[in-house]
Design a protein around this ligand. Structure first.
Ligand SMILES: [Zn+2]
Length: 127
């Protein structure tokens, strides 16, 4: 058997590797963008491009980051899940509701009230 599966770098979508086994993704260092990345199955890329061509109306596709879109595509391509089954907010908990992290690499904390007011320790007075 000479069946092979192509995997493509999720970061640059440019570098591809071929393996003799079929799985959803690999994790390896990309020689093109020089970062340790997830390489996704070509079937996932195909699904991703189909979704880009005709964005689903089930959720805010356009609001997703490319990486998130690819995770959705991966789930659709590799499992029996349908768009209705994919809840974007459940994707690894990595989907942020707004723009508080507006750019990768900007690790400036405390710029504008990012302190979490977690009042779980408030003492409850007995009556
Ligand atoms: Zn790459």
């Amino acid at each position: 058997m000479s069946q092979s599966t192509t995997y493509r770098c999720l970061n640059c979508l440019d570098h591809a590797v071929t393996r003799s086994f079929d799985t959803s993704h690999l994790s390896r260092t990309c020689p093109n963008c020089d970062s340790f990345e997830r390489f996704v199955n070509q079937a996932v890329i195909d699904r991703f491009e189909a979704l880009e061509a005709s964005p689903p109306i089930e959720f805010d596709w356009e609001r997703l980051e490319r990486r998130e879109k690819l995770l959705v595509a991966e789930r659709l391509a590799r499992t029996d899940a349908t768009l209705a089954d994919v809840n974007v907010t459940e994707l690894d908990g990595s989907v942020r509701p707004d723009d508080e992290a507006d750019d990768e690499g900007s690790a400036e904390a405390g710029a504008d009230g990012l302190t979490e007011a977690d009042e779980r320790d408030s003492t409850e007075a007995d009556p």
